[in-house]
Design a protein around this ligand. Structure first.
Ligand code: C2E
Ligand code: CA
Ligand code: CA
Length: 513
């Protein structure tokens, strides 16, 4: 097999309509290779699972393929090969590759959670820890062999009915059905940890895996899968903070309630006295740095608490249902301010606002937006509304309809933080999104990471083929910008271009242009 193609080669191949149409529709790990077996495009599930492979499967051809890691080292893998009908449109040389794995994707894990028939469940996040620089010295291939061994052990020690998913980096997420007491869970988890931490052989030398484990339980730590996942994630972070291998069980409600008690009243006062401030972060055409739009970001500087991070106070606003009040205030304040910027000759084309999922569930949202437009003489085409990728539009009655109504009214809907959740590009097709904001985690190593490059090409294709507005977030380095431009990305947002700035500064920038 020849190694992966040059960037230009990948780009041309990945733009093949058949390749992309196929990948976009697949939730399971899949990629497209050319006739030589070179990978030309892959979906997120493929990327996440590229290493957890098993071989035997009847009626399917297993071939040895090669994937290059960021350092140009080879990562051998087994892939299942299905030849497409050569009679199909342009299809003769295209192969659909699917990973054969006993593991499932995170989306499948979420599905299985929804279908559980047991009263409770435990979510387990297991991560391999750095041990005296060992992982840094090992090649990808060796780390993968440790991960494969760990996966086999995990499958062997978890109870019947458990599902495992290989997550980002050196991490597994497992769903274990059944109710457990706190003490029972601790004891069981110690057993799992012991089984996973037995020495294994790596190039004839024994290596003892050091693992952190984070656990959360349903329903107490989250009745919805996303919440449960988030709780286990936080527990894992606490486990990582311990000096050696450790297990932490989520205590999310406690912290959240403490935060709620601390922030709820001051936030209510700040809202009442209109003490929240707005900053604007430019969205620029990366080629010439021209400001095309801005994202509105909210700030709260409390006289006693100091500056509170938006992630924290937005969460409190959501929990105390002040989010609709905050949202309405923000919409009105922004609309009152942006008119001149949108109408000046070299001005903004659009202004982008973040919407919390709860706002979307609120009947009044559409009225607030419409009234705001009318009062300040704006048109909906100048407003982009950002919604996070992991929002559950399907199961919440009203939310989906409201999305469709907003689209119908002419607002541009943007999927925010693309790449941090677990849904694929197909999600973009099933809902009326006109824009995607790619999270910075998908571009943090874009200069060298060919998998990140390949993933980005899928999104760039949306930009080129259906005219979707694609904004890359968190661009910090010149080299990143250059690679992104080479890949065909047009719009960027990040500290390289500008931090979030005050209205007066934006005004000056726009006038100077
Ligand atoms: P977000 O929507 O993903 O906003 C982008 C965040 O990335 C902002 O953080 C921004 O300051 C930061 N950022 C921008 N460029 C760079 C970069 O080059 N490098 C790095 N490391 N970071 C960069 P911020 O302002 O702290 O906001 C955090 C989150 O809080 C936002 O994430 C958004 O989800 C939420 N948020 C902020 N304002 C509002 C609001 O008015 N309403 C709602 N519902 N959520 C808001
Ligand atoms: Ca945003
Ligand atoms: Ca974002």
């Amino acid at each position: 097999m020849s190694p992966m193609r040059s960037l230009e080669g990948i780009r041309q191949a990945a733009q093949h309509p058949l390749a992309l149409a196929l990948l976009d529709r697949l939730e399971r790990p899949a990629a497209i290779s050319d006739a030589q077996g070179c990978l030309v495009a892959m979906n997120a599930a493929f990327r996440a699972q590229a290493s957890t492979l098993s071989s035997s499967h009847q009626n399917l051809t297993l071939v040895q393929g090669n994937l290059h890691d960021a350092q140009g080292r080879l990562l051998p893998m087994l892939v299942m090969l299905t030849r497409l009908d050569p009679g199909e449109e342009g299809g003769g040389d295209w192969h659909l590759l699917e990973l054969v794995s006993r593991s499932v994707t995170l989306a499948t894990l979420a599905e299985r959670f929804a279908q559980l028939t047991t009263a409770g469940a435990t979510l387990l996040q297991v991560e391999l820890r750095e041990q005296g620089g060992l992982l840094n010295r090992l090649g990808l291939e060796q780390i993968e062999s440790i991960m494969n061994a760990l996966e086999r052990r995990l499958l062997a020690c978890l109870p019947e009915g458990s599902s495992i998913c290989r997550s980002r980096g050196e991490r597994f997420i497992a769903l274990v059905p059944g109710e457990r007491t706190n003490a029972g869970l601790h004891e069981q988890a110690r057993g799992w940890q012991k089984a996973l931490s037995l020495p294994l052989l790596l190039m004839d030398r024994p290596v003892t895996p050091v693992l952190s484990i984070g656990l959360s339980r349903s329903p107490q730590d989250g009745a919805r899968f996303e919440l449960l996942l988030d709780s286990a994630n936080r527990a894992l972070i606490s486990a990582h903070r311990q000096p050696k291998a450790s297990i932490c069980v989520a205590a999310p409600l406690e912290r959240e309630q403490r935060q709620l008690r601390l922030l709820a009243r001051p936030l209510a006062i700040a809202l009442d006295q209109e003490r929240l401030r707005l900053l604007y972060q430019p969205i620029v055409a990366m080629a010439d740095q021209r400001i095309e739009g801005v994202e509105v970001l909210c700030r709260w500087e409390d006289p006693i608490l100091g500056s509170v991070s938006p992630s924290d106070f937005i969460a409190v606003a959501e929990a105390t249902e002040q989010i609709n009040l905050l949202g309405s205030w923000l919409i009105d304040t922004v609309f009152a301010q942006v008119g001149p910027w949108l109408s000046m000759p070299q001005g903004l084309q659009y202004v982008s606002l973040n919407l919390s999922p709860l706002q979307l569930h609120h009947e009044g949202l559409i009225r607030v937006l419409r009234d705001g437009l009318e009062r300040h003489g704006l048109n909906p085409g100048q407003i982009m509304l950002e919604l996070t990728e992991d929002q559950n539009f399907d199961h919440n009655s009203g939310a989906r309809e409201r999305l469709l109504a907003l689209d119908h009214l002419g607002f541009t809907l943007a999927m925010d933080d693309y790449g941090t959740g677990y849904s694929g590009l197909q999600r973009l097709h099933s809902l009326p999104f006109g824009a995607v904001k790619v999270d910075r985690c998908l571009i943090d190593a874009i200069e060298t990471d060919r998998l990140q490059q390949a993933m980005l090409l899928g999104v760039v294709h949306l930009q080129n083929s259906v005219g979707m507005r694609v904004v890359i977030e968190g661009v910090e380095r010149l080299e990143q910008r250059q690679t992104l431009l080479n890949l065909g990305c047009r719009l960027g947002q990040g500290f390289l271009f500008s931090k979030p700035i005050q209205a007066e500064q934006l005004d000056q920038l726009l006038k100077a242009a």
